[in-house]
Design a protein around this ligand. Structure first.
Ligand code: 5GP
Length: 194
């Protein structure tokens, strides 16, 4: 039987994590607040939530539970980093949306906006499909790393220039399942030279 005792979750003592930046309770509380903010911003309208895979899958699933509006969910998969920790500057669409966004109120859900290159590209692409409106909700924002100016209407947490994993975010496709956001121990990166 799985344990339900929150005190026993694995944020304490994960062998590869140097420090926990945002814990599960903070993540839950922020999703609740963002959900309320989004619900009031779009009151009386229907949302098309576009989840940007893979990194935003966990955040999006928690966030939509707190959005009190009629909504549809669609997914888009993009790759901007390959398996390394630096931006390549090029965005590849691995999976496009199934639904047409023409005339819809589209809310993109992102894991993190860093240089802004990925979001700027996706916004251009989606704007070309003529939604009624287009906004972004990003769990994390690394404002200090921005290379292009891009609007992010809803932000979960402002974070420092550190490479983060967990709660959907990966390093070499691992650590997405961690229920918190944290920083890896330097040895882990050194085992995977670029
Ligand atoms: P940008 O194009 O804004 O530089 O980067 C956006 C994408 O890069 C994010 O959606 C995410 O996949 C990846 N990314 C940026 N910073 C981090 C980070 O600290 N950790 C992880 N795991 N991915 C990141």
């Amino acid at each position: 039987m799985p344990k339900t005792n929150a005190a026993s979750h694995p944020s304490e003592g994960h062998p590869d994590i140097a420090k926990v930046t945002i814990g599960p309770k903070e993540l839950t509380a922020r999703c609740k607040k963002l959900g309320a903010q989004i619900s009031s911003a779009y009151q009386g309208r229907e949302l098309m939530v576009v989840v940007v895979l893979k990194g935003a899958f966990m955040f999006a699933s928690d966030l939509v539970r707190h959005i009190d509006l009629p909504l549809q969910v669609d997914f888009m998969a993009v790759s901007s980093y390959g398996d390394s920790t630096k931006s390549s500057g090029t965005v590849r669409i691995l999976k496009d949306l199934q639904k047409d966004v023409l005339g819809k109120d589209v809310l993109m859900v992102e894991d993190i906006v860093d240089t802004g290159l990925t979001l700027a590209y996706l916004r251009q692409m989606l704007l070309g499909r003529h939604p009624r409106s287009l906004a972004t909700c990003s769990l994390l924002n690394k404002g200090v790393c921005r290379k292009v100016e891009v609007p992010v209407e809803f932000i979960g947490f402002e974070v420092a220039n550190e490479f983060l994993v967990g709660y959907g975010l990966d390093f070499t496709q691992r650590y997405r399942n961690l229920p918190f956001i944290g920083v890896l121990r330097p040895e882990i990166y050194q085992q995977h030279p670029e």
